[in-house]
Write a protein that binds this ligand. Structure first.
Ligand code: AMP
Ligand code: ZN
Length: 284
């Protein structure tokens, strides 16, 4: 797909689902990878070309594992090229050691990392005045996740499958996914064409833990790619159907506030506090 067509698809998503508004302060969650870099540059281009006048800030969580410094450097470079401010949250500096937490809780490190990232991606930008957080989730991600959940008869996630996940909880930031209707390969082509540096997922030292999962996901990626080439428009039609379906599965559970940290959760004590053993007097 040419760059114009790619950006048009993203711009249409932003406008149709009202992902941005004038005066927004949007934090883009940057992992260092191609997808989140694509969000950064697509939002920047949208701001320049359609002039809705919002602020873009880069946000990166330095996970404090081997290779994290290199990843941070790449994220810094991405933000420099985009001309946006970057906020970095360093786990090690805040006394959070992923390996230690995983060991203590006897949980796989990738699961621990996910909980910690989700928590901080909401808390830190919100405290810094963000109105929304943008992530690099793309159409292929959503379709594969959707298919896996359907096959596993797990319908509770379907309510979340949309380009904009708004919340009525004042402490939960609205999440936007501008790449909802584009795929991983198009994102890669876009950032490559712009000459933006990015890291490969496999740079994570815990990648080995995830390799089986990645292989399975890749298989599904191939399947949906094949379906798309056999029946052009398949992905877009299914994504639209997923959005419609999500309205039938809207989550009804009211979010509460964690008894320890006060952050939004659907349990008494949030997953972050349970994992980190945080108490009321802890700093974070
Ligand atoms: P993942 O769960 O690793 O597939 O990442 C999903 C999205 O979360 C990415 O597209 C990014 O927008 C964001 N993200 C992942 N890792 C980080 C990180 N270390 N710092 C900031 N945002 C991240
Ligand atoms: Zn908590």
């Amino acid at each position: 797909m040419d760059q114009g067509g790619y950006l048009n698809k993203i711009f249409r998503t932003i406008e149709k689902y009202r992902l941005v508004e004038k005066g927004d302060k949007i934090f883009v969650a940057l992992s260092g990878g191609k997808d989140s870099a694509a969000v950064l540059f697509a939002l920047k281009k949208f701001n320049e070309e359609r002039d809705p006048d919002f602020e873009i800030v880069g946000f990166h969580i330095n996970l404090g594992t081997i290779g994290s410094e290199k990843i941070q450097e790449i994220v810094e470079k991405q933000c420099e090229l985009a001309g946006v401010k970057l906020v970095v949250f360093e786990l090690k500096k805040e006394g959070i050691d992923l390996g230690e937490i995983a060991k203590k809780n006897r949980r796989p490190i990738c699961g621990v990392c996910g909980v910690i990232k989700r928590y901080l991606m909401n808390k830190i930008p919100r405290e810094l005045g963000a109105t929304k957080i943008a992530t690099g989730h793309h159409g292929d991600d959503i379709l594969v996740f959707f298919i896996k959940n359907i096959l596993g008869m797990n319908y509770s996630w379907i309510g979340k499958f949309r380009p904009k996940a708004e919340s009525d909880n004042p402490k939960l930031l609205t999440k936007i996914r501008p790449l909802f209707f584009v795929g991983r390969k198009e994102n890669e082509e876009f950032v490559k064409n712009l000459g933006v540096p990015y890291v490969q997922e496999s740079l994570c030292i815990y990648f080995k833990e995830k390799i089986k999962l990645y292989e399975k996901t890749n298989k599904w990626y191939d399947i949906i790619d094949r379906l798309e080439s056999e029946a052009p428009g398949f992905k877009e039609r299914l994504l639209n159907s997923v959005i419609k379906m999500s309205t039938y599965f809207e989550s009804e559970d009211q979010l509460k506030f964690c008894k320890i940290c006060g952050e939004p959760t659907n349990t008494e004590i949030c997953a972050f506090c349970r994992l980190t053993g945080k108490t009321k007097n802890s700093k974070l």
